[in-house]
Design a protein. Structure first.
Length: 209
């Protein structure tokens, strides 16, 4: 079963409070999501392997370390996931970015894939799928299905806030995927919104209703 990591770093928790606040406007909301994504990227890359290299400093040659082996890919779930990409790329600029677009079928209410574009070397990369919310879990499950169908083998999921129902759903369908979140909230309400949550992340990022 995939593990669930809740990032309790004080800076992440502090900024998440302002992200939740209904009075935080679009620009500040977008900036805060960007900043928290950077901080979460710092935490999620903690276990990347290192190798030793020789480097010539202004004083002498030294043995130092660089990241080894793993090629990273960031895959936002459109559209809200886009708000987390730039913050992550600030720390891991060599990562390639793919995209997964999903819409909800009005009759079945299930997510349907409408757009997928991934790096060509899918099987060699470790992918981080990002979306601000993990509510029912339907979109995350389907996005990871899309990656696995195309050969992805190593996938993690990262979001700002999650409901227990969404975590359970993702673990049920993808027990090999670890989940990284800034906050595990209380529940879903009857409309499928996370409680207390932060509202509709896409609308708040892009000023739409």
């Amino acid at each position: 079963m995939g593990k669930v990591y809740v990032f309790d770093h004080p800076l992440i928790q502090h900024k998440l409070t302002y992200i939740r606040n209904e009075n935080t406007g679009t620009k500040d909301f977008r900036d805060l999501v960007d900043e928290v994504a950077s901080l979460m990227a710092f935490e999620i890359t903690r276990d990347l392997p290192l190798k030793e290299v020789e480097v010539k400093t202004p004083v002498q040659t030294a043995t130092s370390k660089v990241i080894s082996g793993k090629k990273l890919g960031i895959v936002p779930i459109l559209r809200a996931g886009l708000g987390m990409v730039d913050g992550m790329l600030k720390l891991i600029p060599a990562a390639k970015v793919g995209h997964v677009g999903l819409y909800r079928d009005p009759e079945t209410l299930k997510p349907v894939e409408y757009y997928v574009k991934l790096p060509s070397d899918v099987e060699e990369r470790e992918f981080i799928v990002v979306d601000p919310m993990l509510a029912t879990g339907g979109s995350a499950v389907e996005a990871i299905n899309s990656l696995k169908k195309r050969g992805a083998r190593n996938i993690r999921f990262m979001c700002l806030v999650a409901a227990p129902e969404g975590v359970e759903e993702l673990q049920k369908h993808h027990p090999d995927v670890d989940i990284y979140i800034a906050a595990l909230d209380e529940k879903l309400n009857e409309k499928g919104y996370i409680v207390p949550g932060l509202g509709d992340a896409g609308d708040r990022l892009y000023g739409t209703k």
